[in-house]
Write a protein that binds this ligand. Structure first.
Ligand SMILES: Cc1c2[nH]c(c1CCC(=O)O)Cc1[nH]c(c(CCC(=O)O)c1C)Cc1[nH]c(c(CCC(=O)O)c1C)Cc1[nH]c(c(C)c1CCC(=O)O)C2
Length: 352
């Protein structure tokens, strides 16, 4: 990791491989970071999180800073992602929810009616002073390594609010989407406004890129995505565009939606591992891409994993910009040494 003493002025940062690739410029090597690079796969994470609830840890700047930096120190990845969660802004404005270990976000009183939506306050910087403080400290500590801010996209956050917890089918969410369009519209606007404000706080404090996670948008068909999801994601991405930083947009199982997710206003589209990267690049036409090694390949022998990484790197050369990543988050049982080897290999192989 570059030391803050030797770097840290904005030109270094703007010239980083990650931001250059996000803007579609030439790079000295393919930049690499991992979704969920901070978290349970790291022993140093499990240690500092001992006895601290997930959402409490997100509100304590000394923990947020330490956890965000851990994978940067360990792997020398090209970007840090701010340690938080997509439901944190809802918690910050007063929605009664928690993150249950091994389960995920659980909402005490799921959203059903227009009155439920109207009861959710809008977010401003005064709700999240700990975010501003954490980001400011991180940007100082990270020097020439960019910090990615993030938020949940409206569909994915709506799913937690409407289902009351994690869901495979998103049945209640879609029931509202198809059957109560006025409630759906109000809810999606509300979340879009909260997510946009939340990204605004992170960028104002110094984050140099943002990622909008629409992890579960792949549950919708292209027509329904266009009608019921895309306008609200566009609202967030347009607001983020006004902040002057690159916007990454990602979801799982979104093979049929990649073109639309780019059109929604992304500079970089995240591709999961189900879509060959070459096809993903064609579908997002003219935009940079991020991805897309199968996260399970870390469990294969190292040489198998690295050979597959080479295929991803080779395919990535056809894009205006390529940021190497996994096709979804790091699995908790991942051996960190495999990610260290993968990071070094991506750097070395792409610099040749
Ligand atoms: C869908 C989603 C959520 N949260 C997030 C998404 C979108 C990304 C994706 O698709 O994976 C985003 C997220 N959540 C977390 C981060 C941290 C930054 C990073 O990527 O390193 C990020 C970017 C921390 C976290 N968020 C959560 C953990 C695990 C909780 C813990 O360590 O106690 C972490 C490190 C909890 C969480 N929060 C959520 C889930 C599904 C879970 C996992 C439940 C479980 O298996 O325990 C909702």
């Amino acid at each position: 990791m570059t030391s803050p003493a030797s770097t840290g002025h904005p030109t270094d940062l703007q010239d980083s491989a990650f931001l250059r690739a996000a803007r579609g410029e030439s790079v000295p090597h393919t930049p690499v970071w991992f979704m969920r690079q901070a978290g349970r796969s790291l022993p140093e994470y499990r240690k500092v999180r001992e006895g601290v609830a997930m959402l409490d840890s997100c509100m304590r700047p000394e923990l947020v800073v330490e956890i965000t930096l851990q994978p940067v120190r360990r792997y020398g990845v090209d970007a840090a992602i701010f340690f938080s969660d997509i439901v944190l802004p809802l918690k910050a404005v007063g929605v009664d929810l928690d993150i249950v270990p091994g389960v995920g976000p659980v909402v005490a009183k799921p959203v059903e009616t227009l009155a439920d939506v109207e009861a959710i306050p809008d977010l401003d910087a005064s709700h999240v002073p700990f975010i501003t403080e954490s980001v400011q400290t991180l940007v100082r500590e990270l020097g020439g390594t960019p910090l990615i801010g993030f938020a949940g996209a409206p569909f994915t956050v709506a799913s937690y609010l409407v289902e009351g917890g994690p869901s495979k089918e998103h049945a209640k969410t879609k029931a509202m989407m198809f059957g109560a369009p006025d409630v759906w519209d109000a809810l999606m606007r509300k979340i879009a406004s909260i997510s946009a404000a939340y990204l605004g706080v992170q960028v104002a404090a110094g984050a140099s890129a943002v990622q909008l996670f629409d992890s579960w948008a792949g549950a919708t068909s292209p027509d329904d995505y266009r009608r019921y999801v895309m306008p609200y994601s566009s609202q967030v991405l347009a607001a983020a565009g006004g902040l002057g930083v690159p916007r990454i947009h990602f979801g799982v199982g979104t093979g049929e939606l990649l073109g639309l997710m780019g059109e929604a206003g992304a500079d970089v589209v995240g591709v999961d591992w189900r879509v060959p990267l070459a096809d993903g690049i064609a579908r997002v036409g003219g935009r940079a891409v991020q991805g897309n090694l199968d996260p399970s390949l870390v469990f294969a022998p190292t040489e198998v994993m690295l050979a597959r990484a080479d295929e991803v790197l080779a395919a990535g050369r056809a894009a205006p910009g390529h940021i190497f990543n996994l096709g979804h988050g790091v699995l908790p049982s991942t051996d960190p040494d495999q990610l260290a080897r993968l990071t070094d290999h991506v750097h070395e192989a792409s610099a040749r």
